[in-house]
Design a protein around this ligand. Structure first.
Ligand SMILES: [Zn+2]
Length: 318
């Protein structure tokens, strides 16, 4: 029996089931929260997020990976409470977002690893919830010297712990390939990396370049139709399945139950602006659309159940 660390304790990988590999329960700036007690209404966020997870459970979701990095407000106490109330398997991550924060300037990767490794080995924020994914991110600027340092940090943390890497990219600058270059230089087995937000692209050649190097690609922004509509996202996945890549894709939404990036973004406003950006769109709408586009049950199972399980089961430092 293989187990991985969920936020409420070890999960038998057999029980992971239908897994959303890239979501967020809460994104809220720590400094603003510290300065202004009412920056975020935690009780409201927890109640809303728990109900979102319950609704996802009702349509078959069994596990949700929360990929919120430390420096955009990962709050393990909130994540634990939401997971407990909803009765959902939730997996937390460690790692740093792409922001060039002043304090990070003088820190070399190995010194950052010394801190981040505690999230994986000891637990997050004084709890026994241990991170089971390593998040890193590259912005529109691509892999700059500063960004390279953060990718190296993720790579070294991965090599020290065996915990898989899952990334944020901007497909318009094809940064998935730049990320793979850094990971390769750092001796990372690219099959243990999920290159995220690939679903924003309909450039099948670009996606196949990433796939050819062994990584899984995250088709993980369903519901963000202003970037690429669902229909186009589905067509790309169907085409990649036809070309034999179902074993290297995972599905998700990158949805946030609460996000402070936009003023006035209440759950009601969010539901009106991006009605499908929630934890149910993939099981309720995307999976039926994939079937209609010729994707087989076996391929759907690969992308939603087997591939996530395999990614988590490949453990071990090197
Ligand atoms: Zn995300």
């Amino acid at each position: 029996m293989a187990t991985i660390n969920g936020v409420l304790g070890p999960i038998d990988t057999e029980d992971l089931g239908f897994t959303l590999m890239h979501e967020h329960i809460l994104i809220a700036n720590w400094s603003m929260r510290q300065a202004f007690a009412d920056w975020v209404d935690l009780e409201q966020v927890i109640a809303h997020a728990a109900s979102e997870l319950v609704k996802a459970k009702e349509v078959g979701v069994r596990t949700v990976a929360d990929l919120t990095p430390i420096n955009i407000g990962r709050d393990i106490h909130v994540i634990r409470e939401v997971a407990a109330r909803a009765g959902m398997n939730v997996i937390a991550s460690t790692g740093l977002y792409y922001h060039e924060e002043p304090w990070l300037e003088a820190w070399p990767p190995e010194k950052l690893v010394d801190w981040l490794i505690r999230d994986i080995q000891d637990g997050i924020q004084g709890t026994d919830s241990r991170a089971a994914l390593i998040k890193c991110a590259t912005n529109q600027a691509g892999v700059t010297d500063f960004n390279k340092k953060l990718l190296q940090t993720a790579a070294r943390l991965h090599r020290a712990t065996g915990v898989p890497i899952s990334t944020h990219t901007d497909v318009h600058c094809r940064s998935g390939l730049g990320q793979q270059d850094v990971f390769e230089q750092e001796g990372v087995d690219l099959s243990r990396v999920v290159i995220g937000h690939c679903g924003d692209s309909d450039d099948v050649d670009y996606l196949e370049e990433i796939l050819a190097r062994g990584s899984t690609i995250g088709m993980d922004r369903f519901g963000l139709d202003m970037i690429l509509p669902t229909e186009k996202r589905v067509h790309v996945i169907a085409e990649l399945c036809r070309r034999g890549h179902a074993g290297q894709m995972v599905l998700s939404h990158d949805a946030c139950c609460h996000i402070d990036f936009f003023p006035g973004m209440t759950p009601a406003v969010q539901a009106a602006m991006v009605p499908n950006w929630n934890f149910r769109h993939v099981p309720s709408d995307v999976v039926p659309a994939l079937r209609k586009n010729g994707v087989s049950e076996e391929q759907i199972r690969a992308m939603t159940v087997d591939n996530p399980r395999r990614i988590f089961e490949k453990q071990g430092a090197y």
